[in-house]
Design a protein around this ligand. Structure first.
Ligand SMILES: NC(=O)c1ccc[n+]([C@@H]2O[C@H](COP(=O)([O-])OP(=O)(O)OC[C@H]3O[C@@H](n4cnc5c(N)ncnc54)[C@H](OP(=O)(O)O)[C@@H]3O)[C@@H](O)[C@H]2O)c1
Length: 314
């Protein structure tokens, strides 16, 4: 089978399309023939030798990527929930070695969900790492409740565009930050207010927030504390809840924490249910053929993507 092998970290062209042996499923593993792969900032950071490169570099062949949608072609003896021919999607082995940039991917069955029939492989692949992050942060880390006020940073991006929709699903009020050109997009997803972070200091415009989802880091987390109610929650997905933030948060009984998304077929199944109901949709702004993986990486590296970038296989 063909797979993108990373022999040396570095530029997008360091991802080499090579023939490697097709893996075989053991026990609780499922072999998926991949139809679509979604590309995340963590993929590009890992390819460049950062993020999870250190964790996977000694497990050859090193293959980047975690997000897939496709069809089950083989199952291990102990697999209960999936059979050959099922259409599935999920974030495989995160944090760990996902090896998703390949024609066939091995996944623990506990990391997958059945793909809703009305949803394309592109849309399903997109709704894995980014959508799981939004779900796990809002539901499990921040315990979102109806009527709460939620501030989502980078609301037009992969995580942000799912976070807006999940917030609306819980009947909460959502304020999103994005450049002005993307305000119509986030309003269309359900954002009640849009803040142009280039023109406005969010901490001067926004107050009485219950939950902040920060994806920009320490400085943004510090400023965002000022928007929160006493007793509110800030969850940073970019390590923003550093000591400086924790100290200030403590004074006002705010819970400030960092979070890293985890593979979960159970959570993926909940997202599939929302997609079936029409409560959650993927906005895929760029689709590249498998041969153009480097271009997909360059698009993600612009940090300007609206929604998601997806790569498709024949
Ligand atoms: N800890 C975790 O588990 C976890 C999980 C997922 C992602 N992450 C991290 O979270 C970050 C975001 O991920 P993502 O997939 O959503 O990225 P993404 O899709 O690449 O985000 C792109 C979006 O970010 C917006 N943006 C850039 N700078 C901004 C700013 N200063 N203020 C507001 N919006 C801004 C852009 O909108 P404009 O064009 O309007 O600027 C663009 O639409 C990445 O660093 C990623 O590695 C962490």
């Amino acid at each position: 089978m063909k797979a993108y092998v990373l022999n040396e970290p570095g530029a997008p062209e360091n991802l080499h399309l090579q023939d490697i042996e097709k893996p075989k499923p053991e026990k609780n593993q499922v072999l998926v023939k991949v139809k679509a792969i979604s590309i995340n900032p963590v993929d590009t950071k890992t390819r460049d030798g950062k993020a999870f490169y250190g964790a996977i570099k000694d497990e050859p062949p090193v293959i980047v990527g975690w997000d897939i949608s496709g069809e089950v072609v083989a199952t291990g003896d102990d697999v209960e929930y999936f059979k050959e021919g099922d259409e599935v999607f999920g974030m495989v082995n995160f944090p760990g070695h996902g090896r998703a940039y390949a024609e066939y991917v091995l996944s623990p069955e506990s990391h997958l969900a059945h793909k809703p029939s009305g949803v394309s492989h592109e849309e399903a692949a997109a709704a894995t790492l980014a959508a799981l992050t939004a779900w796990q942060v809002l539901v499990q880390q921040a315990n979102i409740q109806p009527g709460q006020r939620v501030l989502i940073h980078a609301a037009a991006g992969g995580v942000g565009h799912y976070a807006i929709q999940i917030t609306k699903y819980f009947k909460a009020y959502v304020i999103g930050t994005a450049s002005a050109a993307k305000h119509a997009f986030i309003k269309g997803l359900g954002a009640d207010e849009q803040i142009d972070y280039r023109e406005t200091k969010v901490e001067e415009e926004v107050k009485d927030i219950d939950i902040v989802l920060d994806s920009l880091g320490e400085e943004n987390s510090l400023r965002s504390l000022k928007t929160l109610k006493d007793g509110g929650t800030l969850v940073s997905i970019l390590g923003g809840a550093k000591e400086s933030v924790q100290e200030k948060a403590k004074e006002r009984n705010i819970e400030a924490k960092n979070y890293l998304v985890q593979s979960s077929g159970e959570d993926q199944t909940k997202l599939a249910d929302l997609m079936r109901e029409g409560a959650l949709q993927s906005h895929v702004s760029h689709v590249f053929p498998f041969a153009e993986m480097a271009k997909a990486h360059r698009q993600v590296e612009t940090r300007k993507t609206k929604g998601k970038v997806v790569v498709v296989l024949d």
